[in-house]
Design a protein around this ligand. Structure first.
Ligand SMILES: NC(=O)c1ccc[n+]([C@@H]2O[C@H](COP(=O)([O-])OP(=O)(O)OC[C@H]3O[C@@H](n4cnc5c(N)ncnc54)[C@H](OP(=O)(O)O)[C@@H]3O)[C@@H](O)[C@H]2O)c1
Length: 308
């Protein structure tokens, strides 16, 4: 039996992914911070597909919450899907640990979670880091949202002056670089675990834009805007295809053993594509990884040997 843990599996792309996985008889651990909504989805998956579906409380913006959640996972996992994430419009806010909310939620929490869960992953386990086409400052996706800046963990953890769009796109640049850096560390140690990055494409109808003012959100989710987005070169998709693609990357036989790559869903096509030029910078990625270790206060006894 295959078991997969996903963050943010009760809504949007994550929900479409867990429905597709449950239909393939995959057991699921739904990790997130909305217990009632997670329980409802777990009930639906159990009733509809006869799989095991459990919930795990985790707020990825809180290091204490991530440590507590990871400590409760006592079963073998075949994949970990780092899917939760948000764009945080309005005034800049900081997490309980004092880190800017976007970077804390999208990056540091998942970074710590994957360090702590690696010992639970099966020998050929898969880690899928949900990034975004916005990570690439040279792409239309990146230009529209706000070009990503230097992927410097310490600066980003304190970022008080960047726009919400830039905080988001830069968090996703860091996500791609985490995926690649994790892959390099795993390969150095002879591990068979894989680590890939995934862009689900622009799917404005999920909860991602809930922080935008009403009129801006309505415009972003309108059919006209989708048409314009396609015309100007935005990477567009829909919830069902992006969720099914995440499910395929997590458990599909076609992607077994595939690692160190960046996949993109676009118009019913899932393929490995090039990510931003800067994302291939190995020195920057190693620094991002090591700085992140310090920011999450990773103890030597928490760090798996394969990620050193
Ligand atoms: N939609 C797009 O156009 C698009 C494009 C590229 C990439 N993505 C990425 O795809 C992923 C899924 O997003 P979505 O579009 O499906 O949006 P969504 O429906 O808003 O889903 C985001 C999920 O993340 C969870 N989450 C947010 N903050 C969290 C926290 N602090 N702790 C735990 N969980 C948290 C949310 O839980 P709550 O319900 O509890 O808030 C929700 O389940 C995200 O990483 C997003 O950045 C989306």
């Amino acid at each position: 039996m295959t078991t997969i843990l996903i963050t943010g599996g009760h809504s949007g792309i994550g929900l479409a992914a867990v429905r597709a996985l449950a239909a393939e008889k995959v057991d699921l651990v739904l990790a997130g911070r909305s217990p009632d909504r997670m329980r409802a989805v777990a009930d639906e998956l159990r009733a509809g597909h006869g799989v095991s579906a459990t919930t795990l409380a985790v707020d990825t913006s809180s290091l204490a919450s991530v440590r507590s959640a990871a400590g409760q996972v006592d079963r073998k996992l075949d994949a970990v899907l780092l899917n939760a994430g948000g764009r945080f419009d309005g005034d800049v806010t900081f997490s309980a640990d004092g880190y800017e909310t976007t970077f804390a939620t999208n990056c540091l929490g998942h970074f710590l979670l994957v360090e702590l869960l690696l010992p639970r992953l099966s020998d050929h386990g898969r880690v899928v880091w949900t990034a975004s086409g916005t990570h690439d400052p040279d792409s239309m996706d990146g230009r529209l949202v706000g070009k990503a800046v230097e992927p410097d963990a310490v600066a980003l953890s304190r970022a008080a002056t960047l726009s919400a769009g830039k905080r988001y796109s830069t968090s996703k640049l860091c996500t791609v670089m985490y995926a690649y850096e994790m892959d390099r560390r795993l390969r150095r140690h002879g591990s068979k675990v894989s680590s890939i990055a995934y862009d689900p494409g622009s799917v404005p109808e999920t909860g991602l834009l809930r922080g935008l003012p009403g009129p801006a959100r309505r415009l972003a989710t309108s059919a006209a805007m989708k048409w314009v987005s396609r015309r100007i070169g935005v990477t567009t998709s829909d919830t069902a295809f992006s969720g099914a693609s995440l499910a395929a990357l997590a458990a599909g036989p076609d992607y077994a053993g595939v690692t160190g790559k960046y996949f993109q869903a676009q118009e019913n096509n899932l393929s490995a594509v090039r990510s931003a030029r800067v994302s291939y910078d190995e020195q920057r990625a190693a620094k991002l990884w090591d700085d992140s270790k310090r920011l999450v206060h990773l103890r030597p006894d928490e760090e798996p040997a394969q990620l050193r």
